[in-house]
Design a protein around this ligand. Structure first.
Ligand code: GDP
Ligand code: MG
Length: 456
């Protein structure tokens, strides 16, 4: 698996993940080419998601997106510190993860520097295996997105990265500087349309899950307090509908709400001049303002502790690490062009991946049941019995396919159903002839049977 090639900025005291005792590292999973084209680094992605113990786990995907040099990677590195701490501490306690004030901050490359940042999406190489409150084991994946607003063409880049990361995450942190602006909402515009189209098929399911507006360097705590309560009050005023608003603005606000299951806002205080301006700052907490640290201690567990982990769902189905690759592939394909895709094609791509994942899961249900009944290491089974087992497993597999909620409707999924039935029938032919072969072998290997044949 290739590491991300971006370095840690221009500061002389480069913090590498190893130097602060981290075993993971950032991996480029979506890269941006010369012509602002997007490329999925499929091998890198598979290397993370197909790890044993990870690939069948439902995923919780936390992404931080927004303009560059606004402290996104810096914050993500506290997510890494928190998750490592919680995974290692026996009682899964939230406390103590910020105790070491002299530890440099490593993980995703932060501090930007003067060089133009690499753009694209990075994933932390080590999924964090955690248990949700309900006891389900999940893999928590962290996404760092990098977009630069340095010239006109990158506006599309930013919108695309933002769109992709929102579609692929279960918790999207929209990192903003100083306040929420109207154009920040406009980045959400694509989703509002998408939401309308996607929800018409799978009613009662909102297309996206959790969105957190995270306002950095909030400087009006007397108007709205730091933290989530103040943030939600501010957000309320922003998403409020008023009869004097232009109809377009009203619609935008209504649709944003209809796209996400939860929308919150958190107001973060300024971390202090040491963080913002000192070129030798290495992330140690002793150089960070107390108020900022207090809010880190609130914000991070609010997003990531057991009770708050949100499993990624697409059209109401939990996504596993393995399944996630399919979604990445189809979304990347449609974001490749020169313009942002039409919401219609986004919905179609989701429908395709959705059906494909349902097909693969249903098919592997059939094969795993058949394997444990008549696999290579199993003895010969009476033909009638085997046929009966096949019929039952086929039916269960088809039911499993139907039980997955799908967008695109029954008509769209009918060709996938046909493909499933065809694949099962083909597999059945193989199982059936392998079983027959066992019978012949058995007969040949057992002289008594041979002999008894002659007697009869
Ligand atoms: P990214 O490009 O958004 O990922 O930004 P980085 O995480 O690389 O941080 C860029 C710079 O912002 C670094 O010098 C950090 O020390 C600094 N920084 C981190 N968090 C904050 C914050 O909340 N406010 C301010 N003003 N600076 C921050
Ligand atoms: Mg960054």
């Amino acid at each position: 698996m290739k590491r991300s090639s971006s370095n840690s900025g221009t500061s002389s005291s480069t913090v590498t993940p190893e130097s602060v005792g981290l075993s993971g590292y950032p991996v480029q999973i979506v890269s941006v080419g010369d012509e602002h084209s997007f490329q999925l680094e499929e091998q890198n992605l598979r290397a993370i998601l197909n790890k044993n113990g990870v690939k069948n786990k439902p995923v919780v995907i936390v992404s931080v997106a927004g303009a560059f040099r606004k402290g996104k990677s810096f914050l993500l590195n506290f997510f890494i510190r928190y998750l490592n701490y919680v995974m290692q501490s026996e009682n899964h306690s939230d406390y103590g993860w910020l105790d070491d004030e002299s530890m440099a901050l490593g993980g995703f490359s932060w501090r930007g520097g003067a060089e133009r940042e690499t753009t694209g999406i990075l994933m932390w190489s080590e999924p964090f295996l955690m248990r949700t409150e309900g006891g389900e084991e999940v893999a928590v994946l962290l996404l760092d997105t990098q977009g630069a607003f340095d010239n006109k063409s990158t506006v599309k880049e930013c919108a695309t990265i933002f769109a992709l990361s929102t579609m692929l995450s279960s918790i999207q942190v929209y990192n903003l500087h100083s306040n929420i602006q109207e154009n920040d909402l406009q980045h959400l515009q694509l989703f509002t349309e998408y939401g309308k189209l996607a929800t018409s098929d799978v009613s009662d399911v909102k297309p996206f899950q959790s969105l957190l507006f995270l306002v950095r360097d909030w400087s009006y705590p007397y108007d709205y307090e730091y933290g989530i309560e103040g943030g939600n009050q501010l957000l309320g005023t922003f998403l409020e509908l008023s009869p004097t608003q232009h109809e377009e603005l009203q619609l935008l606000r209504e649709h944003i709400r209809s796209c996400f299951e939860t929308i919150d806002c958190y107001l973060m205080p300024h971390p202090g001049l040491g963080v913002a301006t000192n070129p030798r700052f290495d992330g140690r907490l002793s150089d960070v303002e107390v108020l900022f640290k207090e809010h880190l201690a609130q914000l991070v567990p609010q997003l990531l502790n057991q009770e708050n982990l949100i499993i990624k769902e697409i059209s109401g189905n939990k996504v596993t690490a393995q399944g996630l690759v399919e979604y990445f592939k189809v979304y990347m394909e449609i974001f490749k062009g020169d313009t942002l895709p039409e919401p219609k094609s986004l919905v179609r791509a989701t429908a395709e991946a959705n059906n494909l994942v349902a097909l693969t899961t249903a098919k592997s249900l059939y094969t795993s049941k058949m394997e444990s009944t008549c696999g290579g290491d199993k003895p010969y089974l009476n033909t009638e019995q085997l046929k009966e087992a096949h019929k039952i497993f086929k039916q269960q597999s088809v039911e499993a396919f139907h039980s997955v909620k799908k967008i695109g409707g029954a008509e769209f999924s009918s060709s996938y159903l046909e493909e499933l039935e065809h694949a099962i029938d083909e597999a059945w032919e193989n199982y059936s002839s392998a079983n027959d072969a066992k019978s012949i072998l058995r007969t040949m290997r057992t002289p008594i049977t041979l002999f008894s044949c002659f007697v009869i």
